[in-house]
Design a protein around this ligand. Structure first.
Ligand code: PAF
Length: 283
């Protein structure tokens, strides 16, 4: 497995692969990789001739006061995980390589980027959309693999790829969970022992919400209150939001119908955790 650090090396390498008829799979990450990331690489490997993982802690998507400096960085461990999962290349650029000058061009969306995390982290999704557009431009034609844990991020990347006719097939992959149900996240390492044991409330609250919907509940407020009540039972966590929305628009309908998604965000000390679960209501 090769580690590439410059944009021109990535372009030359992947253009040569494509010229030789090899298809490209791309897994964008910020490093601190875990088995959830490995599952994205494992999804790409059988579908593509070569797989490249980007590892870049993108300053644009952190607001002042968020964990940009503290964000865990360990390229050697990440490289070992990528290699074991079958990746062919890592792209690990410096901040100067990605942003040689103060950036004046950004990508931002209305609609799907506005509710949920868009309310709690108003500058976050523009930072994500900008870096992902840039990474897609560097990679060229490819299939790109994203985890569904960041459900709103995935919706944004799908919409922006459609709106801007980007030459990328966006693939959403299932959430990877610890045995007690906690969704895998690079930020889980911030949790203290008490926060870690309380953090299962996210998955449990979502499971309650989906069970209620599957049993016939169509009032979003009733489902939302079930989740809030359960999350409030965690002493160490502070609820940011618990919502049940239309899976396509990410807006709360008056009556739940069709494909719906329950999403939660809870702050545990230094770790802000998000998770989600979906179901379909048949008419
Ligand atoms: O999901 C992430 O790890 C990041 O938001 C992404 C997509 C790599 C952009 O920095």
């Amino acid at each position: 497995m090769k580690i590439l650090t410059t944009i021109s090396d990535v372009r030359n390498t992947l253009n040569a692969d494509r010229a030789a008829g090899r298809s490209v799979g791309f897994v964008p990450t910020m490093g601190a990789l875990h088995d959830g990331h490995a599952s994205l690489v494992r999804a790409s490997v059988p579908e593509n001739d070569v797989t490249i993982v980007s590892i870049f802690v993108n300053p644009l998507q952190f607001a002042p006061g968020e964990d940009l400096e503290a964000y865990p960085r360990d390229l050697d461990t990440d490289a070992a995980l990528c290699s074991a999962a079958g990746a062919d290349y890592i792209f690990a650029p410096s901040v100067d390589e990605m942003y040689p000058e103060p950036i004046e061009t950004t990508v931002s969306l209305t609609g799907v980027s506005e509710p949920l995390d868009g309310q709690s982290r108003p500058t976050h999704f523009s930072g994500v959309a900008t870096v992902v557009t840039k990474l897609f431009s560097i990679m060229g034609s490819c299939s790109a693999y994203f985890g569904q844990k960041d459900f709103q991020q995935l919706a944004i990347i799908r919409k922006m790829s459609l709106d801007l006719s980007l030459d990328v097939r966006v693939v959403g992959c299932p959430i990877h969970r610890e045995t007690d149900g906690l969704a895998m996240s690079s930020r889980n390492i911030y949790l203290t022992a008490d926060e870690r044991s309380d953090s299962v409330v996210l998955n449990q609250a979502l499971a309650k919400a989906i069970a209620a919907i599957d049993a016939g509940e169509t009032n979003p407020t009733v489902v939302q209150n079930l989740m809030i009540e359960h999350i409030d039972s965690a002493v160490t966590g502070e609820l940011d939001y618990a919502e049940v929305v239309d899976a396509r628009t990410l807006l709360t309908p008056e009556v739940l119908a069709g494909e719906v998604r329950a999403l939660v965000a809870v702050q545990f000390g230094k770790a802000r955790l998000i998770d989600n679960m979906g179901t379909t209501i048949n008419a």
